[in-house]
Design a protein around this ligand. Structure first.
Ligand code: TYD
Length: 212
């Protein structure tokens, strides 16, 4: 990998990752940087098919293990086909979610063994981790309200995780905070209850910091 940089936005439901990513990409492009934005699950055509299977609110009842393997299948495809080629070409990759989401949702949320998730990550992803993770932190009470309002207005059936109880989402939130604490300078927690302008400005400052 040459000059590429891998930046990931993580956070619970309704944290505002999508708008922040669009802003970051526009700002970096305005500075002459070559940026690829992508997301998980669903960053490849194959992953988009998996996303439909994984996130539909009705009809499927995956076991936690099956869910972990499908999320990992999506990621393996995404990293091989999108992330690694872009990094090798020296591009900046900004992904909406990555392996931190698996630790948070399938690990802390569903209760799967963290070591199993990390081992799978080592074997299936060759242990690729981001250069920078931005955790957009929002209390689940607030995030879920935002997220359900958006799903309703867009009419998309992706409510599978939004439908889970508040305790699930509290464990998810704590997992992201733990991930950030463990990553030290490789992560930044941003208070996503602040105004969108403040969140975006903090995110941009952190990103410019790692780009040098
Ligand atoms: P996302 O599209 O970011 O949803 P939102 O915009 O509502 O935050 O993510 C889709 C869902 O997939 C989200 O509820 C979290 C879940 N997810 C996992 O459970 N594990 C994972 O590894 C990933 C990448 C996502």
């Amino acid at each position: 990998m040459t000059g590429g940089r891998f930046i990931v936005l993580e956070g619970g439901e309704g944290a505002g990752k999508t708008g922040t990513i669009a802003f970051l990409a526009a700002e970096l492009r305005a500075r002459g940087r070559d940026v690829v934005t992508t997301r998980e699950p669903g960053g490849t055509p194959e992953g988009a098919a998996l996303r439909r299977l994984l996130l539909a609110g009705e009809g499927f009842d995956w076991t936690p293990e099956a869910e972990l393997l499908l999320m990992t299948a999506d990621r393996a495809q995404h990293v091989a086909r999108v992330v690694r080629p872009a990094l090798a070409a020296g591009r900046i990759v900004i992904s909406d979610r990555y392996a931190g989401s698996t630790l948070a949702y399938q690990g802390a949320g569903r209760g799967l063994d963290r070591e199993l998730i990390l081992d799978l990550h080592r074997r299936a992803l060759n242990d690729l981790w981001p250069d920078l993770t931005l955790v957009l932190d929002v209390p689940p009470e607030i995030g879920l309200r935002r997220s359900l309002a958006r799903l309703g207005s867009e009419g998309v059936d992706e409510g599978r995780f939004e439908g889970l109880d508040l305790d699930f989402h509290r464990r998810v939130r704590q997992s992201f905070l733990d991930l950030a604490a463990a990553a030290g300078p490789g992560a930044r927690v941003i208070d996503a209850t602040a105004t969108p302008e403040t969140v975006k400005a903090e995110a941009l400052a952190a990103v410019l910091g790692v780009l040098g």
